[in-house]
Design a binder for this molecule. Structure first.
Ligand SMILES: C[S@@+](CC[C@H](N)C(=O)[O-])C[C@H]1O[C@@H](n2cnc3c(N)ncnc32)[C@H](O)[C@@H]1O
Length: 233
């Protein structure tokens, strides 16, 4: 299982239809439906549902209201954005960006099957394709550890630019490898130093920064995770 999951972290550049994966210094995952299959199996067999619980907690911490505008940066195959769209309803607007053509194709297919009008685009955190002050909330889940340090700083400034004054930021990421214990040390994916990330978030112009820790359950390989919340300004 871990070997299968590790294969997903290859830096691939594909095309899907007339769309091509966008270049970035971040680590791109470009596996489409195979990503969802792996995530589902890993959550069922290794994490005892904690990854899904992390997603629901991430959404809950955003305090979404009907009619709000939300952005998911590094949206992958769009699972979080689908749930967010249900919260903001028909009067709201949800966008998701990811550099990977196959992830965006999968996300669009999932949204079309559910008849949810989500604006999924190929894009990168380096240059978010949205005007200043476009969003009430910005999400990033399990994405920050895919970026080298200078790109985290640049990306957080971009997110701040696209948020409205007082806009909310919600970032979830796995615990760093060196902070994991027991079975979780075997899980391949990287994680974030949340204290260091909080410093970058403050530097990008956010305040009211809080971090909630999700600890692994007994007999789970879930690596532990934290969810950071903050407000612009
Ligand atoms: C582990 S996946 C998480 C996907 C999704 N947010 C989730 O929670 O399942 C990390 C994602 O970050 C994306 N990514 C890598 N570099 C990026 C960049 N420069 N801008 C935006 N997303 C990027 C990858 O393509 C990948 O889909």
């Amino acid at each position: 299982m871990h070997t299968f999951a590790r294969r997903l972290h290859s830096d691939q550049h594909s095309s899907e239809g007339d769309q091509t994966t966008q270049q970035t210094k971040g680590l791109v995952l470009d596996q489409g439906w195979r990503y969802d299959l792996t995530v589902t199996l890993a959550d069922l067999l290794l994490f005892r549902g904690q990854r899904r619980a992390m997603q629901w907690r991430t959404i809950a911490l955003a305090n979404l209201r009907p009619g709000e505008r939300a952005l998911d940066v590094g949206c992958g195959t769009g699972t979080l954005a689908l749930a967010v769209q249900r919260r903001v309803g028909a009067s709201g607007y949800v966008a998701g960006i990811d550099p990977a053509a196959r992830q965006i194709a999968s996300a669009r297919a999932k949204a079309a099957r559910r008849r949810l009008p989500i604006d999924f685009r190929i894009g990168v955190i380096e240059r978010l394709p949205f005007d200043d002050g476009s969003f009430d909330v910005a999400f990033s889940t399990l994405m920050m550890h895919h970026l080298p340090a200078p790109l985290k700083r640049q990306g957080l400034a971009e997110i701040a630019r696209t948020l409205k004054p007082d806009g909310r930021l919600v970032i979830a990421d796995f615990a760093r490898k060196q902070d994991r214990q027991g079975r979780a040390t075997r899980f391949h994916a990287g994680g974030s130093d949340m204290a260091a990330l909080a410093a970058l978030v403050a530097e990008a112009g956010f305040s009211q920064i809080e971090i909630e820790e999700l600890r692994p359950r007994r007999f789970s390989s879930f690596p532990g995770a934290s969810i950071l919340t903050a407000r612009k300004g």
